[in-house]
Write a protein that binds this ligand. Structure first.
Ligand code: GLN
Length: 304
């Protein structure tokens, strides 16, 4: 026999109780902003915005939705990042798909875009830009929208990440201008790919990268969301965190035109050693840009 409970729907009042209980369980799991997060997840399940939860005087949550919601709360209580649960993160005002194969775009990476705009402005002529370790493709896609005539190349070691990046490019209508290539840093640019295409040396205007830069030993000290759920490949920068810079610095010189720029995101305490390595490799260090936490975050280099 069907019981009332089986057919039951949660009403606005019950929903408040449900939100309180879910919020308490996330707080117990060590999540600071739990109320906002549970509201976001509930809105996601109901196909509403968070604001709609306040606006509607009568909300009804059916039992299927409640099961889905409970599942999301359990995942979040396991410290899975909210962005993986929702499958989305905003970056530079654009929405990006994120999956556990991709690093979640961070707000400080937007500084790299600001640094390029401050330095290069909006070029009149079509430029060529390469984004190394593209992940979700957030930098390449943002630049494709900012520079509508640019040709862009984006590389990554992870074919799964490139799949996500391609999706993001097509979602924002710029897939026709970004060539996504699988491989290590600039290596795929040097060899002819599927279309027999190859980048000429000393022809690229801009190279960008937010490479993995966490020192290997520090990975275990990161918050659980990062440590347990984000791809290690996108985080581990080797014993001192500088492995990728060591390889990018000499190689990018072969691709950039004289006067071309290399913009690197760096981790805490890395701007000084990266600048020193860059000078030694033959770069001019133009600028170091701080993030909102006053941490040196972006190193701007020019090829003399
Ligand atoms: N900014 C990321 C973090 O602190 C690391 C990203 C990276 O290694 N490029 O978790």
């Amino acid at each position: 026999m069907k019981t009332d409970a089986m057919n039951s729907t949660e009403t606005t009042q019950d929903i408040q109780a449900l939100l309180r209980a879910a919020s308490r369980s996330l707080t117990r799991a060590g999540i600071p902003d739990s109320r906002r997060e549970v509201e976001t997840m509930l809105a996601h399940v109901m196909g509403l915005t968070r604001l709609d939860l306040y606006r509607a005087d009568a909300l009804v949550l059916d039992s299927d939705q409640q099961t889905v919601f409970n599942g999301l709360i359990r995942r979040r209580a396991d410290r899975e990042p909210l962005q993986y649960i929702l499958g989305a993160q905003e970056f530079w005002g654009l929405e990006f798909r994120v999956t556990p194969e991709t690093l979640i775009p961070r707000p400080e990476t937007e500084l790299l875009i600001e640094a390029v705009l401050e330095h290069f402005g909006k070029p009149e002529t079509p430029i060529t830009l390469a984004d190394l370790c593209t992940g979700t493709g957030c930098l390449a896609v943002a630049f494709a929208t900012l520079y509508p005539t640019a040709r862009l190349f984006a590389t990554d070691l992870s074919s799964a990440a490139l799949g996500v990046a391609r999706f993001n490019a097509s979602r924002h209508g710029v897939d026709g201008r970004i060539k996504f290539l699988e491989g290590d840093l600039m290596e795929p640019l040097a060899k002819p790919n599927g279309d027999g295409f190859k980048i000429r040396p000393h022809s690229v205007d801009l190279v960008l990268s937010n490479p993995p830069y966490i020192p290997t030993d520090e990975l275990s000290t990161l918050q659980p969301e990062v440590r347990l759920h984000e791809p290690r490949l996108a985080l581990d920068g080797g014993p001192d965190g500088l492995d990728y810079y060591r390889r990018i610095l000499p190689r990018a010189l072969d691709f950039l035109r004289p006067g071309g720029g290399l913009f690197l995101e760096v981790g805490i305490g890395q701007a000084t050693p990266v600048s020193a390595m860059a000078r030694q490799a033959g770069w001019r260090v133009d600028r170091i840009k701080k993030d909102l936490g006053n941490i040196d975050r972006v190193v701007v280099l020019t090829k003399p």
